[in-house]
Design a binder for this molecule. Structure first.
Ligand SMILES: Cc1ncc(COP(=O)(O)O)c(C=O)c1O
Length: 377
């Protein structure tokens, strides 16, 4: 069976708080592949059936309008725009900032580089230039020396700088606010806009213990997803100045992303933003349960200090099994994880992983290790 999302909306499961054994996600009970697998809550499903609707491309959809205003308030920006995905949010941001053409400075492991680069190149007409990064974030002096406010005879100008927080491929790391302030000063001096790919912006905010607006104040725009840890069925938001969002809205239309009665899904987004942010702290705590548990089994597997939010990377190079053998062994215990590179396993906690499930993951690792070492469990 395809192990991508195979979930079905199980009414029974949604009536109570879904536990890993009751969520109806595929056949596997503890699914740590991504927080994108989270299903909508009963409150979201109810809101979706009751939302006031309109044609968002004509007189606007009142529920979309409400979601966009809420997103703007929560990020401390002037305006918001509802888009179908994080990828679309980053794409319309690139288009709106740059008007196509020039260079985008981005880190080599950014989602934008690794999974969205074709849109940057072919649709937004941008040439990616990679800045040196540590744990996903720019080495500031190095980035500063790459900023080119003007095109020269032989090179593009820097049209946009993009950062990502939390940083997905670096393992959910959070960019320190002081570095963001310094970066903002640099890009402002060079008159280059700064965009945050904040697919997991609220995980970063919860980890820093600040409102999202304290992060976003250091940038010209942000994309964040309501469809990941916040559990909405789909959608992302783009926020920034009113003028930037007006341009982004036209770009969204250009690429076919305008939605008619978008309020049906925007309603779930409102529930996500009003009721699902604070609980992210539970996902972070459960990531720590897994990280500390694995560390206790073998300190080489995970350093819990490196787990800042809801992503745990375990390096299995210290064991006798390959990542693919680990994935198969854990799946036998109904624990589903993904490989990340040659030696690492990636685990993402989310609403369907409770404390019991987090401890069960540690127990699963222990049993695999014991079996491999020939110790009866
Ligand atoms: C950091 C980051 N940016 C953007 C995206 C793209 O979001 P979407 O899958 O909604 O297009 C993802 C998806 O995982 C992500 O992790």
């Amino acid at each position: 069976m395809d192990k991508q999302m195979t979930g079905t909306i199980d009414e029974g499961a949604f009536r109570s708080n879904p536990s890993p054994s009751a969520i109806g996600v595929g056949t596997l009970k503890i699914d740590l592949r991504s927080d994108t697998i989270t299903l909508p809550t009963p409150k979201m499903l109810e809101a979706m059936t009751q939302a006031p609707l309109g044609d968002d491309m004509r007189e606007r959809d009142p529920t979309v309008v409400e979601l966009e205003a809420l997103a703007a308030r929560m990020t401390g920006t002037e305006a918001g725009l509802f888009v179908t995905s994080g990828t679309m949010g980053n794409l319309v941001s690139m288009l709106a900032h740059t008007g196509r053409g020039g260079e985008i400075l981005v880190d080599p492991d950014a989602h934008l580089m690794r999974s969205e680069v074709s849109g940057a190149v072919h649709v937004a007409g941008l040439a990616p230039r990679l800045y040196p990064a540590r744990r996903g974030f720019p080495v500031l002096d190095a980035l500063n020396s790459l900023l080119r406010p003007r095109a020269t005879g032989s090179s593009f100008k820097t049209a946009l700088v993009c950062i990502e927080t939390t940083h997905n491929n670096a393992g959910g790391t959070v960019m320190p606010l002081s570095d963001m302030a310094e970066l903002r000063a640099m890009t402002r001096d060079a008159s280059v806009p700064l965009h945050i790919d904040g697919a997991r912006l609220f995980n970063a905010a919860v980890s820093l213990g600040v409102p999202a607006s304290e992060i976003v104040q250091h940038a010209d725009s942000v994309t964040f997803c309501i469809s990941k840890g916040l559990s909405a069925p789909f959608g992302s938001m783009v926020c920034g100045s009113a003028e930037f969002v007006a341009r982004a809205r036209l770009c969204r239309r250009m690429i076919g992303g305008a939605m008619r009665q978008g309020g049906v899904v925007a309603a779930a987004g409102i529930v996500a933003l009003t009721s699902m942010v604070e609980r992210l702290v539970d996902d972070h705590r459960r990531a720590q349960i897994i990280a500390c548990g694995l560390h206790a089994l073998d300190p080489r597997l995970v350093d819990p200090a490196e787990v800042e939010t809801n992503i745990v990377m375990a390096d299995v190079a210290c064991t006798s099994l390959t990542v693919h053998e680990w994935i198969a062994r854990l799946a036998a215990f109904e624990i589903d994880v993904r490989s990340y590179g040659k030696t690492r396993l990636r685990m993402v906690t989310h609403r369907h992983i409770d404390d019991e499930a987090a401890h069960a993951v540690v127990a699963g690792f222990r049993r695999v290790l014991e079996r491999e070492a020939g110790i009866p469990s």
